[in-house]
Ligand binder design. Sequence first.
Ligand code: AGP
Length: 607
Amino acid sequence: MCGIVGIIGGEPVAPLLVDALKRLEYRGYDSAGVATLEDGLLARRRAEGKLVNLEQRLKDDPLDGKIGIGHTRWATHGVPNETNAHPHFSDDVAVVHNGIIENFSELRTELKADGYSFASQTDTEVIAHLVSREIKSGKSPVDAALSAIRRLEGAYALALMFTQEDDLIVGARNGPPLAVGHGEGSMYLGSDAIALAPFTNVITYLEDGDRAVLTSSSLVIYDADGQMVERAQQKSVGTAFLVDKGNHRHFMEKEIHEQPEVISHTLAHYLDFAAGTSNAIDMPFSFADVDRLAISACGTAYYAAHIAKYWFERFARLPVDVDIASEFRYREMPLSKDSIALFVSQSGETADTLASLRYCRSQGVRVGSIVNVRDSTIARESDVVFPTLAGPEIGVASTKAFTCQLSVLAALAVRAARERGKITAEEENQLVRQLSEAPRFANQVLKLEEQIEKISRELAQVRHVLYLGRDTNFPLAMEGALKLKEISYIHAEGYAAGELKHGPIALIDEQMPVIVIAPFDRIFEKTISNMQEVAARGGRIILITDERGAAKTDMDTLETIVVPDVPEIIAPIIHALPVQLLAYFTAVHMGTDVDQPRNLAKSVTVE
Ligand code: AGP
């Protein structure tokens, strides 16, 4: 997703803008730019590709000025090139924008009829011309901005700067997040607190509809109705440090290896290991009073939700509807006041997940969220927040957040089972003890990386891969396919193993490896039958199983990855690790940009 930043400071601002943009790189982008006021006049440098290109541009042709705005662009309208890179100018206005202006075509036509010419293919450029036209009609820059913003439809987080106004930035938020940072004699605007961490940790989070008028020493906020409002100043947590890769080649590799530790932190937050109970946190409701659970999320977070469906229904006998958020938000699912809606999101800013949450609130349903960014929009709009303690996840491909989401959901499923009287105190104690073993087993699995790296060389040679699994390994098969395709660009599909005969078996040949995720469990034999169907047609199988499964498998496979025998409740968490490592090493062999894969963003804050 795009990242935006604005600074009104007392020192040359161009290098500070680039520093802030570097902290937004993890969101994914394909071009970047900055603008400042030099002697009262707007000036900008932009570059296609990574920030190093913009830095070179600034080195070759420096920018002065102590006020500026900057942007990393993830293309929505217009190809990723310098012309379409932000900031966009009109005569006397500069703008940077994250989001989609849905009525931009209508506005573009209107402005062209008024004599404005467009230099870019972007929706964003209409904002600059709209504001400029309002200024030409006699309005002050602030009034012009407020008037023009009222014409915008769609999602936006934006920052505006004006000719001859060296102590004024106007910001606005409707959808994508936007935060104000309070400095000493300086003021900041950014897509999130991470961008502003080098300057301040005193943050004001803008709400949807807010317009912010910043000077170096003041902040005035108006709501969508133009009324002045107050928004709390708060200390941002956990973002003061610049996350680095340590001795790893990629953030994704580092984050895969952090999992034993962060799974342990997360489980310890929800489980009382000493007492063997699952009620370590206070909850505003009891699962005994809940008749249905609706869980909604996107991407990897959705696969965590899908796995949790099996746990809540099996252990707590609680019916669960699980849905991808882009479908849920329009499905208008009937929900009763005894339902609970849960939303799973690493970033806490995913537009479709946020919209689904707002639909549930509009239906009077209690809303909980499982998020990794504690002060995110989804967290702020939830009745109860269940944090994953994964720490900042920088790699676009979600890994440690996924296993921490599973850890939270498993702990909640055990709590629900206990509160609904479906398990005894002893059974709760046993499940809590089994969950407490997850970090140790995760550590053991990471020791298989040398074997997995070798297997990934095979995968790097193919163009199609099929993942199969049953029960909780079916969502995990889909997650494995997503991991592989999003960072190695190899086409991959995850399928329920039992569905093989209903179509996918037509795909089987020696060109397409089949990755089967099958720890030994009560349906293991069923999956073995599927593997025999694959082998009988020349398919090459990579089996991910455990020691009991390996002992029971008497057929040829291309490779078998054997993880320790683990209890059912933690199997998906443990089997996620070889799945992640396979994707990671394959992408490394493919030479792709593992941490920032093409076309992808870490947080999809637009529909
Ligand atoms: C996962 O590897 C992807 N990066 C993507 O599917 C991601 O899980 C999805 O966009 C949801 O993001 P969220 O968890 O921040 O809501």
